[in-house]
Design a binder for this molecule. Structure first.
Ligand code: AMP
Length: 407
């Protein structure tokens, strides 16, 4: 379906044209008419499907058609990176319209906070905010949301995983009841359904995400002993002609250490994690987007929402803890119908986790043979490992490992 079939406002179509958007993606085809019809919506879609434009375009159309002097739309997102990125998309789509927006997030300096407050007091159509900062803003009466028409929760599952459930409900208590609410989530666990039941009214439901990585991604894996990981990584980076590479480590400590090891091996690399100041994170991301920096290493903080085109290789130096994280990580490559490669290193301990990932995506991922100089791989026996690792140890009750909270 072409965008001009949606009867969008001319100025919005101009913006789409300038960005080279022609055909709507499946999530856009389904979500745009529902949002234009003012229905509440619950949509299951991952990043990479075009979900951001799926909610932004109909809202921008409505704002362009009916300018008002009040804050029209609130978009809540889990991380500042995602908030900034959504704001950039608003700016691009709304380039020829009169719509204004601001991203509101913590972690910046006092000046950024003052600027955000000033912009909101002056009047803005769309606020894109992380929950914590928005609560402070509402507490200080900076933003008047009483005339709000649209509320969007983006990556709602991630927000609940990060413990923002109460914050979201508190924010909603400041909003008018008579509003349109749209909830996007990459997964639909029961807690999302419960949240949706609380805050949506007769929602339409769209299910695009089948929890499968995009088809353009060549997925591969190496079964390794821990001491084979670093030499293998060096070899892959040395041999491959990859323009833009993201390496995922499971903790920021491991990311920092790898940065040092790879620098010593002559790789031009930077690490991206939550210990860095906001301006440093932005600068690293800018360099990576501009291709001044070829290799970026980070934790799962990089796996959601970061929108950089043309990433040719994703390496999971550590197997992700969670199958959904795997999908988000490998989804950094092969964005919007391009192609890319995703390679996962599986040590002995992580074989069960990788098996879960393969089960979720319904495919066995090919295991490559290690380069000869690195020796032989351990056997891949996830079923045996599964039995070993799933059993309670000693007398302690067994608890499923929690997602590490140090990304
Ligand atoms: P998202 O799922 O919102 O993170 O979008 C993934 C990428 O696809 C972003 O780079 C978008 O700019 C791009 N994109 C989204 N919709 C379209 C479309 N209809 N045509 C071309 N590119 C798109």
């Amino acid at each position: 379906m072409k965008f001009n079939e949606f009867n969008f406002n001319e100025t919005l179509l101009e913006g789409l044209d300038a960005m080279g958007y022609e055909k709507a993606t499946p999530i856009q085809e389904q979500a745009i008419p529902a949002i234009l019809a003012n229905k509440d919506l619950i949509a299951c879609a991952q990043t990479g499907t075009g979900k951001t434009a799926a909610y932004l375009l109909p809202i921008l159309h409505k704002i362009a058609e009916q300018q008002s002097s009040h804050i029209d739309t609130l978009i809540i997102a889990p991380t500042r990176e995602l908030a900034i990125q959504i704001d950039q998309q608003v700016e691009a789509f709304a380039y020829f319209t009169n719509t204004s927006s601001i991203a509101v997030y913590g972690g910046g300096d006092g000046m950024a906070w003052e600027q955000q407050k000033k912009a909101i007091t002056k009047g803005v159509d769309i606020i894109i905010a992380t929950p914590g900062r928005l609560i402070s803003m509402l507490g200080s009466n900076t933003a008047d949301l009483s005339k709000l028409k649209h509320l969007v929760l983006d990556e709602a599952d991630r927000m609940l995983d990060m413990g923002f459930s109460d914050d979201i409900l508190r924010i909603i208590s400041y909003l008018p009841k008579n509003r349109q609410t749209v909830l996007f989530s990459a997964t639909m666990p029961p807690k999302i359904r419960m949240l949706a039941n609380k805050i949506l009214v007769n929602p339409e439901q769209i299910n695009i995400a089948i929890s499968k990585p995009a088809e353009g991604i060549l997925q591969q894996a190496y079964v390794v002993y821990d001491n084979q990981k670093l030499p293998l990584l060096k070899q892959i980076l040395k041999q491959g002609d990859y323009k833009s590479v993201i390496i995922f480590a499971s903790t920021k400590e491991s990311a920092k250490k790898l940065e040092i090891d790879l620098r010593q091996a002559g790789v031009q690399i930077k690490s991206f994690h939550s210990d860095l100041e906001q301006n440093v994170r932005e600068e690293i991301m800018r360099q990576f987007k501009n291709r001044q920096l070829q290799v970026l290493i980070g934790t799962d903080i990089l796996s959601r929402g970061i929108d950089v085109d043309g990433i040719s290789l994703v390496i999971n130096y550590d197997t992700p803890n969670d199958p959904e994280d795997y999908i988000h990580r490998v989804g950094r490559t092969a964005r919007a119908e391009s192609t890319g490669t995703a390679i996962t290193f599986i040590n002995e301990k992580d074989q069960k986790k990788f098996f879960d990932i393969e089960s979720l995506i319904g495919n066995e991922i090919p295991k490559l043979t290690l380069p000869e100089a690195l020796g032989t791989s351990p056997a891949y026996e996830p079923e045996r490992k599964r039995n070993t690792f799933d059993k309670p140890k000693g007398k302690k009750p067994f608890h499923k490992a929690k997602r590490p909270n140090n990304a």
